[in-house]
Design a protein around this ligand. Structure first.
Ligand SMILES: NC(=O)c1ccc[n+]([C@@H]2O[C@H](COP(=O)([O-])OP(=O)(O)OC[C@H]3O[C@@H](n4cnc5c(N)ncnc54)[C@H](OP(=O)(O)O)[C@@H]3O)[C@@H](O)[C@H]2O)c1
Length: 334
């Protein structure tokens, strides 16, 4: 039996190739997982295209988000057995608590080789057990995007029923944010660049949708929709071009949880006008812990999957992610 593996030997989507290698064996404290599904994140795209300063050791296997079946365990492993349905945690050594320093964190598909392979090994603490109700495709969407939205909205902003949550765009993180907010009993205002996606957002339960292309001053629309008060919380995914508007879109004492940098990561703020004088709170986050992943699983959210690709079409999946045409998550099956 062989281990299909996606690798790049230089940066670029064209460099993504499916090869084969031997099946890894577990060390004493390791688990071997037969990966059944991998979901793509904007981060994977940045890594493959070389837009992220990782200093990749080529050949490199991308992929941060994987789910599958345990096929072997090391001699010192007691928590897992062959046949267990699992997902890998993204920040492998962030088990619980508020945060972990960049210098200490071990992230899959960034500080280690990624998961786009039939078989991978992980430490026995770097997994969560899946409920039977969740398919591998669904589970694979959660380790990065789902846990990020959970960290921002639940752990940091502690959203409450009746609050207003602003979610931005229809990518993986924001679609989880929409679902988590609705489940918490919040009112959701969403933004998107597409009227077709706006209709789908409404179907999923968004109370109001703003097209941020036709309404470049979308924060004014958020204020209008909230009677001039502003949203309680937003999860900012844009970074450079959106952060000031996000701060202007939230109310006095409101939260801007900053997850992403789709438009760039260097921001300019008027700390008094944009933030301090209205007691606004800006919080950074980098995904979340294994404990948060378990909490997200308990919440029973059904992820929004746009398209599923076989591994042979890995380049097409990355190109679709690059186009931004997706709604929710893109998944690759193995
Ligand atoms: N800090 C963390 O823990 C963390 C974790 C995960 C991801 N991230 C970051 O969060 C960002 C989103 O990641 P993702 O994987 O969810 O990306 P994604 O799935 O590729 O999301 C892309 C979508 O974002 C929307 N978008 C693009 N520019 C926008 C803008 N100026 N304003 C509002 N929406 C915009 C678009 O939606 P429409 O087509 O609807 O306009 C686009 O389709 C990335 O920067 C990623 O690196 C951070």
């Amino acid at each position: 039996m062989q281990n299909r593996i996606v690798q790049i030997d230089k940066t670029g989507i064209d460099a993504l190739k499916v090869g084969t290698t031997s099946i890894p064996q577990p060390a004493a404290h390791e688990v071997v997982v037969n990966i059944k599904a991998v979901s793509l994140n904007f981060l994977d795209l940045m890594i493959v295209k070389g837009d992220f300063p990782t200093g990749l050791p080529f050949p490199y296997t991308p992929g941060c988000d994987g789910a599958g079946i345990v096929t072997a365990v090391g001699e010192a492993v007691s928590d897992w057995k062959t046949g267990d349905r699992v997902a890998l945690t993204y920040v492998q050594n962030f088990l619980a608590g508020e945060g972990i320093a960049l210098k200490d964190a071990v992230r899959i598909g960034w500080q280690t080789q990624g998961v786009l392979a039939d078989y991978v090994t992980v430490p026995d603490y770097g997994l969560v057990k899946l409920p039977d109700s969740l398919s591998f495709e669904e589970a694979a969407t959660m380790p990065v995007a789902g846990v990020t939205a959970w960290q921002g909205l639940i752990n940091i902003a502690n959203i409450q029923p009746g609050q207003t949550v602003l979610v931005q765009g229809t990518g993986g993180v924001s679609m989880f944010a929409l679902q988590i907010a609705l489940q918490a009993g919040a009112r959701v205002i969403a933004t998107t660049s597409s009227d077709a996606k706006a209709a789908r957002l409404k179907t999923l339960g968004a109370d109001a949708v703003i097209n941020y292309k036709t309404h470049p001053d979308w924060q004014e629309e958020v204020l209008r929709l909230t009677g001039g008060i502003g949203a309680d919380v937003t999860l900012d995914v844009g970074g450079k071009d959106t952060i000031r508007q996000s701060l202007q879109a939230v109310k006095v004492n409101g939260w801007v949880c900053t997850a992403g940098a789709l438009t760039g990561s260097e921001i300019t703020l008027d700390v008094y006008g944009d933030m301090n004088l209205n007691f606004k709170r800006l919080a950074g986050l980098a995904v979340g812990s294994r404990e948060s992943f378990r909490d997200l699983l308990k919440a029973g959210i059904k992820p929004v999957i746009d398209k599923v690709y076989p591994i042979a079409e890995v380049q097409a999946a990355f190109r679709e992610l690059e186009s931004g045409g997706h709604f929710g998550k893109l998944v690759i099956t193995l």
